[in-house]
Design a protein around this ligand. Sequence first.
Ligand code: 13P
Length: 340
Amino acid sequence: MNRERLEDVANAMVAPGRGILAMDESNPTCKRRFDSIGVEADEESRRAYREILITAKDSSEFLSGYILFDETIRQATGDGRAFPEIIASAGGIPGIKVDKGTLDMPGHPGEKFTQGLDGLGERLIEYREMGAGFAKWRAVITIGDGLPSTACIEANMRSLAMYASICQDADIVPIVEPEVLIDGSHDITTCDSVTRKTIRSLYRAMAEQDVFIEGTILKPSMVVSGTDCPQQAGVAEVAERTIACLKNSVPAANPGIVFLSGGQTAVQSTVHLNAMNAMGVNLPWRLSFSYGRALQEPALKAWAGGAENAALAQAALALRARLNGAATRGEYSPDMEVAA
Ligand code: 13P
């Protein structure tokens, strides 16, 4: 394990003003996104869309890394340049999703278990040769009647720790992503306590596995009210509770925290990140973004499957990238939305 390299890459991923574009949708998820704009999802349409994202010049300044899917890291632009090479030449770091999705958690109806450890070491070596500097693994925690179970949290966090350790052996920075789902009618207090329990369990498992924390990045969900909760917490409460929760459960050695958007709107995701960074509290880690939908949705709509819309889609991505970049410094304001 090259600790210095891991630490350098992790720090570069959360450089001030920059964050990560998650564009690692599996083929079924990509199909759902394309269905929403009436576009058929096949290998070429996925490639064409992702070429637009990767070659959006005005975005790259604000994007330190791009999380790719296995199919995507092997793809190239229409004129034959490999995607990882395009990303690196614009000063970004190519990353790769390495989990293999979720299964129903055995013996625990309503819960999920993330798979993908088999053969991971060999896959990582291949990805590293293709230029990947970091990887991502997502665990899913569901809040519901009697959920999550301790068994679900512990099993998933142990797998995350094992994944992180395997990544570091291959000199790849692991993004560890324990997503507490936003779906449900639970209140923000429930989200807070489940998120604390989950993240503490993750760092306990990583300590037992001797993961080098300085060479990891945490990708959590924010502490928010469930989508169907009648009392929706406001921006200040989300920001304060998320910061308090993280201070309570994430070690200071961790270099950075990049949030997922998890079903929040594009603007909400920016506003919440900004509020946390504008609070003026001294934090031991950087707070940034690793959004999928919140960065891509406006670009996806602008593209609508038409090559002639590429410039519009790139402008839409660039706007979200720039505003989230500002939010990492606590310098976003709503009038920047209209100024674009
Ligand atoms: P969202 O921001 O759309 O939640 O996606 C982030 C991600 O990478 C989920 O694994």
